[in-house]
Structures are given as structure tokens and as C-alpha cells.
Design a protein around this ligand. Structure first.
Ligand code: C2E
Ligand code: CA
Ligand code: CA
Length: 936
């Protein structure tokens, strides 16, 4: 029988209460009754004792009235049933009420019976028994009192009982309500409603229980949601894994490492192998499907556990009857309780195997083609180094392929085509998207070359960077040879191999265009062999041809690369000279020099048909510059000039322009006379003083003089350019330098000359000479001249080319102490940048500015600029060509402190200079002396 907690509490509580009340009630009643009895007995005792004393006298006196009176008063008490006094003999003396027959004795004293208490007392006087008194009391009043007391107590107990039952019910209901709430919570939990909370907030065990319960539910809730999430994730992962495996047509499995029994399989085995996984679970079942040839390998791979995963490919009999290629990727794992397992990923690699096989096949086919094709097939890396060459390379060049790989592409190109090849390579490697092609010559192992047509394109990586080039080369040597032959026939003379008339016209057209651009001159030399016809007639055409070949050979050896030697036909040759001097007469001189060289060249005898034969040419020359004349006109002029040469007696050069011819002749004469003068030491030197503002001589410039026996003195302006062109300036200049050094050495210890400097003009050609520094150093050493007294005057033109050599020479000489002045400053095109670099010590204002410095504001401005510049660069400045005191004063005003010119002295001999120095020095001394005296 099910009894719920509320009833249990109520019944329990009530039972306990009832029992308790009953016990209390019973014990209370008994107690009350006993108490009543005792009270009664004590009261009787007290009254009897009181009586005793009163009675003692009555008895002793035997006064029965008095005794009766006493008893009557006692009898007024309603509770006294009776009282009797007995004398010593036991006879009643006095009595009240009805006494029983048998009275209690004093020895018993108190006798209690139902409804009454009797007390007997002996009355004594001086130990003399007088009598006995007996009193009987009724207990009715006390019994009534006890009964009413009991009634009240029972009522009270019942009241308490009722209340406590009520309390028990309330308590039971309250308790069970909370229990019910807890129970509901438990049921909710059971039903999975984890959000359910028990609504008990009391601060007692129920409250604690509810809180614990709620915490537990909350904790369970979070745990459950985490679990749910994890579960979802897991599900998703599994789904993903399954779909991936399905997509890749693969399965994942785990098997017992000994029996190979599958313990876990993910993925669709039906799709991959054609069978459900349960049909293949056992290892030996699967083995039956594996190709017998492959089985040992599979066994081998699965037997030995490895640290690295193992891979094995094998054929597997698919359900559809086909062999498929599978790949197992195997690994061994051990779980926490040391259980080992074999894990595998099985993939279908049939398509892959097939593609690989097809690739290999196509590769073989490709290799066959590459190895047997006659064209060179190549690859290079991004730096243009060969990374692949087929055997055709060795067949073409003779270089073994292995030796070539890794070398730069251009290394095998003939030097003549190196530039073309390099630009080809760089266009290719710089990422030109178009394929490039080029025809170049490749060097061959035997020292020759082969023409190839190279065709290549670049391969790009993902970033668009060139990563390789790929191309072919075809041997086109035969075609080139044929083309060359055609060209030769079209543009070259078959007999001599020289350019023919057609090519000559073309080249001359180009030369005209060049001179128009560069402002230089060009020249055409028309060469005709004298009396060639005689040789042809007497010795035959074959010998004539032989002579022409020999002549062509000799002449072509002496023609510069930039020039063209052509054969017009018969015995006529033409030479085009390019890049001659801008000045016509100098250009003519250069052209004439070439003509003369040809004459000398042909002067040696030719061996013809076993004989030595002499031959002379007649050479006509003409200059051209720009487009003023056409090709035909220029050739015609040269032709005409050639006839002049014939008329002048052959074996000579004549110019189309007679003026030019005369000038050239004169120049050549001057040149030979210069040589003669040098040989015979006919040059002299003039000294022109250089002074300070007060006229004090500080040095002199050496100026070359050439007293000609017939023509008198020839101006340096006329002969120095010729000396420069012919190179004679080098020995002549050396002579001037030696004179200067000797003179400085001679003055070395003699005042006031020891303070003089000597300036020497040095031409560009002379200064640039490799031995210049060496010679000068030797000279200084030999003569003992103080180098710091020597000043070299250079011109700005020197800075136009090969500045580096000039600067090195200046630097080397400056370390010796030699000083440098820049001559004719302002007339050239000195770059101010160079000026800063040059370790000069002096600028020389050119005389052309000095001449008009008073009249021409431009010249004055230039002079001022030079002075300022000199000051800025911390250089000394000297004005040359100073002829008047006004010029001097003006230049002084500009800040110039050194002067040279006719005002101070003409170039003259040494003696004149020395006298001038002494005079100026004496004058100077005097001035100082006077100043000294004046100041005193
Ligand atoms: P330069 O170096 O400018 O020399 C100064 C020229 O001006 C000299 O001419 C000199 O006689 C002349 N002269 C001097 N004072 C005056 C003057 O007050 N008025 C005028 N109108 N002229 C004056 P020269 O001697 O005819 O020399 C001409 C050029 O020949 C020199 O020009 C120099 O460039 C060159 N030269 C002379 N001697 C040598 C030498 O030994 N070696 C080299 N390489 N060149 C030299
Ligand atoms: Ca000079
Ligand atoms: Ca000058």
C-alpha cells in the first residue's frame, strides 16, 4: 500500500502526540491523587496534634463536657465524619458523629479507607497515658477536586493534540509541495527538458537541494549543447569525409595488422571496387581480387610496419570484370591500449596510370623526333644558358652537347654576329611575347662557322617572368652561301672581289650623306693605271687580269676600314675617303697623302708571267662635303682630275680644284722643309716677358721662330699646324722644352733670374704622347732645372678629346712641381666642369679679347668673366697681347695683375730678356728704396 509522505508525516506526528498526551495525563492524575492523600493525612495529623494538647487537660481533669465541647466544634468541619475521645482504659469519654466499631489504634495511627481517612492519637502527660483520640475525615471533597482537575487536563491535552495535528498537516503539506517541485524537476530532467528549473529559493536544505539541482541541470544543459555541437560537427565531418572519399573515388580503412580484416571502412567500396565492404572485409577475400603478379608486392608492403607511409600500386579485379589500378597508402598506428592497426587509403589510379603511360609513350615519340631531326632544338634558362640541346647540335657545330650545356647561348656565336645575337637574346629574355628569329653564324669546333636561322620564344612563369626560352636552329649555310654569291655577283667585281660600280655608287651616296651630317670632308681618288693597255696587249688578258688582282690586293691593304676601294672596270679604281678634316686644305692634304701612299705602294715591281714589271698610277682627287654635288658629279670631277694627273706626266696626284692643288703642293713643300729645318736645327726661340702690374718681370713665354733661308721668318701660325699634322711637333716641341729647361737650370742660382718662370706652349698631339711625361721628367733630371719654374701652356682644344690622358699627364707633372696655364682662354669650348677638375694654376685671357677690350663691350665682358672665374677657382690670371697703357689700365681695373704684350716687350732674344729683367729689377729696387726713405 502506497502512503505518500504527507500522510506519513501526519499519521506519525498524531500517533506520537496521542501517546505523549496519554502518558502525561495518566501520570498527572496519579500524582494528584497521591498528593491529595498526603495533604489530607498531614492536615489530619496537624488537627489531631492540636486536639491532643486541648484534650490533654480535659482528660487529665476528667472534664468530659469540655472534651465534648471540643469535639463538637471539630464536628462543625464538614469534612469530619466523626471524632471520639477514649480514656486510658479505652472507654469513650466524648464523641461526635458515628464512630465505627473497630477503631484504629494509636500504634497504626492513620488508617485510609475508601472515602475516608482515620487518624488515632495517644494523649500523654508526663509519660502517662491519658487516653486516645480518633478522628475520621471524609475524602469526598478532595476526590471531587481531583476529578475536576483531571477533566481540565484532558481537555487541555486534547486541545494541544488538535493543534499539533493541524501543525503537522500544514508542515506535511509545505514539505510535500517542495518535494513535488523537486520531483517535477526530476521528471523534467528525465524528459530531457534541461531548461527546467526548480522554483525553490528558501534558505534551507530544500533551497540548497533545489539550487544544486538547478546547477546540475544548467551544467547538464551546457554539456548537452556542447555535445550536440560536437555531434553536429562530427556528423558534418563524417559526411564531408564520405563525400570527399566518394568524389575522389577512394576509401579509408583500418584493419587488423595480422589478419588484415577490415575493422573500419569509410567511403563507398561499392563505387570503388564494385562490392559492398562486408564482402571484402576479410583479408584473404580481398587478396583473391588482386592480380597475381602484384600480390607479392602488396603482401610485402602490408607485412612490415614502417615509420613512413608505404605506397603500393596494384591491379584489382573489379566486379565489372575489368582490372583497375589501385593505390594503397599504408600506415601503422597504435592506440592508447597498445592495440596496433593497419590503416590504408585506397585510391583508383587507373586513369592516372593510363595518362602516365600515354605521356611516357608520347615522350618517347617526342624524344625520337628530337634525337633524329636535323634541326637543332634547344632550351635555355632565364639567363640564356643552354639547358637542352638535341644531338643535331653536335652534328652542326662539332661541340659535344654535354660540354655545351650550361654555357651562355652567345658564347657560340661568331664574333661578327655577337652584337646581333646579344640583342636577340636580350629581347627574348626581357620577355618579348613574340617569337624572335635571327640569322647568325655559329662557331664550329673546327674553327669555322655555320650560318643558322634561329627561331625562339620565351616561356613565362605565373608571374609573367621569363623562365626559359625554347627554339630551333636550322643550318642555312648553303642558302647563305648562295645568297652571298648572288650578292657578290651583284655588288662585287668578279675579278678582284672589290666592290663594283653599283656598290661604289651606293657607298658614295652614303658618304655624301655622312659629310652633310658631320661637316667633315670626304674625298674620292680616281686611280687609273698608266700604260695598262700595253701589258694587256703584249702579255695577254690573263696576265692583265693577274696584274689587276695584284694591284687590288696591294691597295686594299692600305685602305682604312671606313674607306671604300672599288673597281670601276678595266684598270680604273676608285677610293672613297671618309672623315677628313673640316678644313678643305687640310682635308686635301690628307687625301693627297693617301694618293702619295698609293703611288709609293705601287712603285715596287709586280711579278707578271715570271717577269718583274713596274706600273705607275695617275690619281685624280676631289673633295666633297654635304649634298652640294651628286654621286655622278663627284665621280666626274675625280675622273677629270685623273686626266690632269695624266697630263702632268702620270704617276702623280692632281686635284680637281687647281687652287686646292696649289695649296696642297705648298703644304707638302713646307712639310719637307720643316723636316729639313729640324734636321739642321734651324729653329730659334724668342722670349717674351711676362710682367706684374708695376712692370716687374716675373717670367717669359718661349715662342718658336723659323728663319727660312729664302722666305725669311715663317710665322708659327703657318708651320705649327703642319708640324702638328705630320707629328713633327713632337721632336720640335721637345727641343723647345729642352731649351727652357736648360735656361732655367742656368738661371737657377743667379738672382734675379732664379725667380723667373718660363712658359712653354705644348700642342695637343705633343702633350698626349705616351712618352711626354717620361721625356720631360728625364729632361728636368738631366738639366737640373727647378720644375716649379716651368709652366706649360695648354689650349682648350686639348680638352675636346681624350680628357682622361690629359688629366693624368697634368696630375703626374704637377706632382713634380710643373705648373699649367690654359692658353687662349675664352676662344674654345672649355666645359667649366673640366676646368674645375684640372689642376691648373693660370688662365690666359686671349689676345683677341684684349685687342678690343676698350671698344667692344662683349670682349670686355668676356675678359671680366675670365678674371672672375680665375678668382673663383683660385687661379692666377694673365692677359696677353697687351699693346697699350689704356688696355693695361682697363684690365687692371677688372682685377688682372699679370700682363704680356708689346707694351712690355716684343718676343726677342735671351739677352734682351735678361737686360729687361735687370733693368726692371733695378727700377724696382729704386722704388722700394724711395718708398723706404719716404716712410723714414
Ligand atoms: P700664343 O701661344 O697665343 O702666343 C702668343 C702670340 O702672340 C705670339 O705669336 C706672340 O708673338 C704674339 N704676341 C705677343 N704679344 C703680342 C701683342 O702685344 N700683340 C699681338 N698682336 N701679338 C702679340 P707667335 O709667336 O706668332 O705665335 C703664334 C702661336 O704659335 C702661339 O700662340 C702658339 O700657339 C704657337 N707657338 C709658338 N711657339 C710654339 C711652340 O714652341 N710650341 C707650340 N706648340 N706652339 C707654339
Ligand atoms: Ca702661348
Ligand atoms: Ca695665346
Amino acid at each position: 500500500m502506497r502512503l505518500n509522505v504527507a500522510w506519513q508525516i501526519i499519521i506519525g506526528t498524531v500517533a506520537i502526540q496521542v501517546a505523549m498526551v496519554a502518558v502525561l495525563l495518566l501520570s498527572g492524575i496519579t500524582q494528584v491523587q497521591q498528593n491529595q492523600q498526603e495533604v489530607l493525612e498531614r492536615t489530619a495529623e496537624q488537627q489531631s496534634r492540636l486536639l491532643e494538647s486541648a484534650l490533654t487537660h480535659g482528660l487529665a481533669d476528667g472534664d468530659s463536657d469540655m472534651l465534648q465541647g471540643l469535639l463538637d466544634r471539630l464536628g462543625d468541619d464538614s469534612s469530619v465524619l466523626y471524632s471520639i475521645v477514649l480514656d486510658a482504659d479505652g472507654r469513650p469519654v466524648a464523641s461526635v458523629g458515628v464512630a465505627p466499631d473497630e477503631l484504629p489504634t494509636p500504634e497504626a495511627r492513620v488508617r485510609s479507607e475508601a472515602g475516608q481517612v482515620e487518624i488515632a492519637r495517644s494523649i500523654e502527660l508526663d509519660d502517662h497515658h491519658l487516653g486516645t483520640v480518633v478522628v475520621g475525615y471524609s475524602t469526598e471533597a478532595i476526590d471531587q477536586l481531583s476529578a475536576s482537575l483531571l477533566e481540565r487536563n484532558v481537555l487541555l491535552a486534547l486541545g494541544v493534540l488538535g493543534l499539533s495535528i493541524l501543525a503537522a498537516i500544514v508542515f506535511a503539506l509545505m514539505t510535500t509541495r517542495r518535494l513535488r517541485l523537486l520531483l517535477q524537476g526530476g521528471k523534467a530532467l528525465e524528459a530531457g527538458r534541461l531548461d527546467h528549473r526548480v522554483p525553490i529559493a528558501s534558505r534551507d536544505e530544500f533551497g540548497d537541494l533545489a539550487r544544486t539541482f538547478n546547477d546540475m541541470a544548467a551544467h547538464l544543459g551546457t554539456t548537452q549543447s556542447t555535445l550536440q555541437q560536437q555531434n553536429q560537427q562530427l556528423n558534418r565531418s563524417v559526411a564531408r569525409l564520405e563525400s570527399m572519399l566518394g568524389g575522389a573515388n577512394a576509401i579509408l580503412w583500418e584493419a587488423n595488422p595480422d589478419t588484415h580484416e577490415w575493422e573500419f571502412v569509410a567511403g563507398d567500396t561499392r563505387k570503388l571496387l564494385g562490392f559492398p565492404s562486408r564482402n571484402l572485409g576479410r583479408g584473404e577475400l580481398r587478396a583473391r581480387h588482386i592480380h597475381p603478379d602484384d600480390l607479392p608486392r602488396v603482401r610485402e608492403a602490408t607485412r612490415e610496419p614502417g615509420v613512413e607511409p608505404k605506397v603500393v600500386d596494384y591491379r584489382f579485379a573489379h566486379r565489372d570484370g575489368q582490372w583497375i589500378w589501385l593505390r594503397d597508402i599504408l600506415s601503422w598506428a597504435e592506440d592508447s591500449d597498445n592495440r596496433r592497426s593497419l590503416r590504408g587509403l585506397t585510391l583508383d589510379v587507373t586513369a592516372h596510370r593510363r595518362a602516365t603511360a600515354a605521356l611516357r609513350e608520347s615522350e618517347n615519340r617526342y624524344q625520337d623526333v628530337v634525337n633524329h631531326i636535323s634541326e637543332v632544338i634547344f632550351r635555355t634558362d632565364a639567363e640564356g644558358r643552354w639547358t637542352l640541346l638535341n644531338p643535331a647540335w653536335e652534328a652542326l657545330t662539332g661541340f659535344p652537347v654535354e660540354q655545351t650545356l650550361g654555357q651562355p647561348m652567345c658564347a657560340y656565336v661568331d664574333p661578327l654576329d655577337r652584337d646581333d645575337a646579344e640583342s636577340f637574346c636580350s629581347t627574348l629574355l626581357e620577355g618579348g611575347t613574340h617569337a624572335q628569329s635571327e640569322e647568325i653564324r655559329l662557331r664550329t669546333h673546327d674553327g669555322g662557322y655555320r650560318w643558322v636561322s634561329i627561331y625562339a620564344s620565351a616561356r613565362f612563369d605565373d608571374d609573367g617572368q621569363v623562365m626559359a626560352t625554347f627554339g630551333t636552329m636550322m643550318d642555312i649555310s648553303d642558302r647563305k652561301k648562295a645568297e652571298e654569291e648572288i650578292r657578290r655577283l651583284a655588288f662585287f667585281d668578279e675579278l678582284t672581289g672589290l666592290p663594283n660600280r653599283t656598290l661604289l655608287h651606293d657607298r658614295l651616296g652614303q658618304a655624301l650623306a655622312n659629310t652633310a651630317r658631320t661637316r667633315h670632308h670626304g674625298a674620292v681618288l680616281f686611280i687609273d693605271l698608266d700604260n695598262f693597255k700595253d701589258i694587256n696587249d703584249t702579255l695577254g688578258h690573263a696576265v692583265g687580269d693577274d696584274l689587276l688582282r695584284q694591284v687590288a690586293q696591294r691597295m686594299s691593304n692600305s685602305v682604312r676600314e671606313a674607306d671604300t676601294l672599288a673597281r670601276l672596270g678595266g684598270d680604273e679604281f676608285v677610293i672613297i675617303l671618309n672623315d677628313l678634316h673640316p678644313d678643305p686644305s687640310q682635308a686635301a692634304t690628307e687625301a693627297e697623302a693617301v694618293g702619295r701612299k698609293l703611288i709609293t705602294l705601287l712603285r715596287d715591281p709586280f711579278e707578271l708571267a715570271g717577269q718583274n714589271r713596274h706600273i705607275t698610277p695617275s690619281i685624280g682627287a676631289t673633295l666633297f662635303s654635304g649634298h652640294s654635288l651628286g654621286v655622278e658629279e663627284v665621280l666626274k670631277q675625280a675622273d677629270l682630275a685623273m686626266y690632269r694627273a695624266k697630263n702632268a706626266g702620270r704617276n702623280t696626284v692632281r686635284f680637281y680644284d687647281p687652287e686646292l692643288h696649289r695649296a696642297v703642293e705648298a703644304r707638302f713643300e713646307l712639310e719637307s722643309e720643316l723636316r729639313e729645318a729640324l734636321d739642321q736645327d734651324r729653329f730659334t726661340i724668342a722670349y717674351q716677358p711676362q710682367v706684374e702690374a708695376d712692370g716687374h718681370v716675373i717670367g717669359a713665354e718661349l715662342l718658336l721662330r723659323w728663319p727660312h733661308p729664302q722666305r725669311g721668318e715663317i710665322a708659327p701660325a703657318e708651320f705649327i699646324p703642319v708640324a702638328e699634322q705630320t707629328g713633327l711637333i713632337v721632336p720640335i716641341g721637345r727641343k723647345v722644352l729642352r731649351t727652357a729647361c736648360r735656361q732655367l737650370a742656368a738661371w737657377r742660382d743667379t738672382a734675379p733670374f732664379c725667380e723667373l718662370t718660363l712658359s712653354v706652349n705644348v700642342s695637343a698631339r705633343q702633350f698626349r704622347h705616351t712618352q711626354f711625361v717620361h721625356h720631360l721628367r728625364e729632361m728636368l733630371r738631366e738639366t737640373g732645372a727647378p720644375p716649379n719654374r716651368l709652366k706649360l701652356e695648354l689650349t682648350e682644344s686639348m680638352l675636346l678629346e681624350d680628357v682622361d690622358t690629359v688629366i693624368t699627364h697634368i696630375d703626374e707633372l704637377r706632382t713634380l712641381g710643373v705648373e699649367f696655364a690654359l692658353d687662349d682662354f675664352g676662344t674654345g669650348y672649355s666645359s667649366l666642369a673640366y676646368l674645375k677638375q684640372l689642376p691648373l694654376s693660370q688662365l690666359k685671357i686671349d689676345q683677341s679679347f684684349v685687342r678690343d677690350v676698350l671698344d667692344d663691350p662683349n670682349d670686355a665682358a668676356i675678359a671680366q668673366m675670365v678674371v672672375n672665374l680665375a678668382h673663383t677657382l683660385d687661379l692666377d690670371v694673365i692677359a696677353e697681347g697687351v699693346e697699350t697703357a689704356e688696355q693695361r689700365a682697363f684690365l687692371f681695373g677688372l682685377g688682372c695683375r699679370h700682363f704680356q704684350g708689346y707694351l712690355y716687350g716684343y718676343p726677342g732674344d735671351l739677352k734682351g730678356l735678361e737686360q729687361a729683367v735687370l733693368a726692371a729689377s733695378a727700377e724696382h729696387q729704386k722704388t722700394i728704396h724711395q718708398t723706404h726713405n719716404n716712410s723714414n
